[in-house]
Unconditional design. Structure first.
Length: 339
């Protein structure tokens, strides 16, 4: 997530500045062919080109709206995870009691439930960062290196193992069962549910309160499923890919439709088409890129949902509910990017 209020000129050029070079080269070639080589036949009427540009703008706008909905829904899902996690911590702290058990044993039970939930947060995040075939990180080695570098700078791996090896061995038949689990986050919630049932049998948790806590676990399943839906179901490719194709068609026709119009303005008119044509084409390219980079909010890019920061915020809140004092530091933005 970008945390700077205004995008700098440097940031804009880092994002899409390299497209200016091939656009200006293409505009220059058309201008030279028209003015120097005398190929006036390459020009076409401006009216159909303008109609195509209007249609493409509407189509790209539709795609960008859908992309924005995906990234905003992803942020709302993680906001709901924050709220449900705090409710979970408060319930663990207030509901689990037994006068016949020593306070230290009760505290260990609470710690286990809280620690497991924090482990669920980080494991869910790691599962959502696994590349899918349609994401940029899978299609381009450069994007993959950039995403991995940002994740390292953002502090990935700088959290403790809240699901200890002892717990894995206790609740799974063998060590390989945990490692081979297709969805580890789901398994953690299952363990939480079993522990709540055991606590109800030991009279450490009232049946009605257990049902309330089981409902919160159901909410976690719901949040996880909604996030996985966004991750595993791409923006329909017929919309995403055709938007790119339509943009290419319009940019190809743009100088052909404008070169004759600029030629009407005197000797230098044709050459004025180069900067103005480049600017118009670049705007369409940027519109396409914004939608393209927003449609997958769990890639690990600087414009994605800051899952690591959200996980750390929840972690600190839950540890404070356990009255622990050795708290991790909040995740800080690096180069105006919060991961």
């Amino acid at each position: 997530m970008l945390v700077r209020k205004n995008i700098t000129l440097k940031g804009i050029f880092e994002f899409a500045g390299h497209h200016i070079w091939w656009l200006s080269t293409y505009m220059l070639i058309i201008s030279v062919l028209y003015k120097v080589a005398g190929w006036h036949w390459i020009s076409i009427p401006w009216l159909p080109v303008s109609l195509i540009g209007t249609a493409v703008a509407f189509y790209v706008g539709f795609k960008n709206n859908q992309s924005y909905d995906r990234i905003w829904e992803a942020r709302k899902i993680w906001g709901a995870i924050v709220n449900s996690s705090r409710s979970w911590g408060a319930m663990v702290d207030a509901f689990i009691k037994n006068k016949d058990l020593p306070d230290e044993e009760i505290r260990q039970i609470k710690t286990k439930l809280i620690y497991r939930h924090i482990a669920w947060l980080y494991i869910l995040r790691e599962q959502l960062l696994v590349p899918t075939p349609w994401e940029h990180i899978s299609l381009n080695p450069l994007f993959r290196r950039l995403a991995l570098r940002r994740r390292e700078q953002g502090g990935v791996g700088l959290f403790k193992d809240y699901l200890t090896e002892e717990q894995k061995e206790k609740y799974f038949a063998d060590a390989g069962q945990w490692e081979s689990a297709a969805n580890k986050a789901t398994q953690i919630i299952r363990l939480q549910s079993h522990l709540l049932a055991d606590l109800e049998e030991k009279e450490c948790l009232h049946m009605r309160k257990q049902l309330d806590m089981q409902k919160v676990l159901g909410d976690f399943f719901d949040h996880q499923g909604r996030a996985e839906r966004i991750k595993r179901f791409p923006l329909p490719r017929q919309y995403a890919n055709l938007s790119f194709i339509f943009n290419c068609m319009f940019i190809f026709l743009l100088p052909l439709g404008t070169v004759a119009e600029f030629a009407k303005h005197g000797e230098v008119g044709v050459w004025l088409m180069i900067p103005f044509g480049t600017l118009v084409g670049w705007i369409y390219v940027v519109m396409e890129l914004i939608g393209d980079y927003s449609e997958n909010p769990f890639e690990g890019f600087g414009t994605d949902v800051p899952m690591l920061s959200i996980c750390r915020t929840i972690e600190i809140d839950l540890l404070q509910m356990l009255e622990e004092t050795d708290l991790p530091k909040p995740i800080q933005a690096v180069n105006d990017v919060l991961m």
